[in-house]
Design a protein. Structure first.
Length: 315
């Protein structure tokens, strides 16, 4: 019997990853990244500066070490992103020496391709789809790697790891390929592209635990801080900008908050928190009974809000 097997038997451990100190989720993600580079000609990593895309960057570093990440980062900037996230995005790309491509929703608005929403629930989040599809076409990217996870939302639970989109960028949840025994089929027809989700099987807690384990730097907005906010529909909104619509009777107060997700400011609410360190964040997430998407108002527009956006080309 090998030494490792002996240790496992003595400690009654059946999961060998415990002995070998292997993270199966990390290993799966690294395998997926390598398959993407092996099977596609022009992949790109969709990067927002949020925790999931930051985790993807770390995984890509590990997958191709000691070489550099062999594809660019693409950010679809709504123009309403949190400043802390944008600063972090630019700094990280510079430190890694990775090409950062930014395309702006404002350009699509100016060109008349999309119409700016108005009113108290106005958001640019759904407007990202047109800009994303235009960018994929502009650079002829055939695989767009994203940080979506199946635990986030029921429409995302339907996704394959290699999710095929038609030549209009649309997703048909009824026409996806089986992925048996970790076999990933990257063959696509002319005009098609694939969305790739290396951390599809991770949970929010898995992501935060990995960030803690790897000591990964993240934007300060994820930690508890004092912020001018107001409450609407039971949700806490930032009042430190001119993006989020606020009625005259909605009172601004300073609260100790943090953000669990950092999408467009106009649809991303904060949560009350005193978690000022990564270990405190992990503890908070472990005890939470509400999904992080519970702070995203764009998912509450209808029961099928996310699914409809994905069918139109949203990641």
């Amino acid at each position: 019997m090998s030494e490792i097997a002996t240790i496992a038997a003595e400690k009654n451990i059946t999961d060998m990853s415990t002995i070998l100190n292997v993270n199966p989720l990390e290993s799966e993600a690294i395998y997926i990244f390598r398959e993407v580079v092996a099977q596609f000609e022009r992949p790109v990593l969709l990067f927002s500066g949020g925790k999931d895309s930051i985790t993807l960057v770390r995984l890509a570093q590990k997958a191709f070490y000691p070489g550099k990440i062999p594809f660019p980062l693409l950010h679809v900037d709504t123009g309403h992103n949190f400043p802390e996230t944008i600063e972090f995005r630019d700094r990280l790309a510079k430190e890694l020496g990775v090409e950062l491509i930014v395309r702006n929703v404002q350009d699509a608005i100016d060109a008349g391709k999309v119409v700016e929403e108005t009113g108290r629930y106005a958001s640019r989040n759904s407007l990202q789809t047109t800009t994303l599809l235009d960018a994929l076409e502009e650079f002829k990217f055939d695989a767009a790697i994203g940080g979506a996870r199946r635990d986030e939302e029921k429409a995302r639970a339907k996704e394959r790891i290699f999710s095929v989109r038609d030549d209009f960028g649309q997703w048909d949840e009824k026409n996806q390929r089986p992925e048996l025994f970790d076999h990933l089929n990257g063959k696509i027809d002319l005009g098609q592209n694939v969305r790739v989700f290396p951390i599809s099987n991770w949970t929010e807690l898995d992501v935060w635990s990995y960030i803690e384990q790897e000591d990964i730097e993240i934007p300060s907005i994820y930690f508890a801080h004092k912020r001018k906010t107001f409450v609407r529909d039971g949700m806490i909104w930032s009042a430190e900008d001119d993006v989020v619509f606020r009625d005259e009777d909605e009172v601004v107060e300073e609260r100790m908050v943090r953000f669990r997700t950092v999408g467009d400011m106009s649809c991303t609410a904060a949560v009350l928190s005193d978690a000022i360190s990564i270990n405190k964040v992990v503890e908070e997430i472990r005890d939470s009974t509400i999904s992080e998407r519970g702070a995203r108002i764009d998912d509450k527009r209808s029961e099928a809000a996310m699914e409809k956006r994905k069918q139109q080309g949203y990641f």
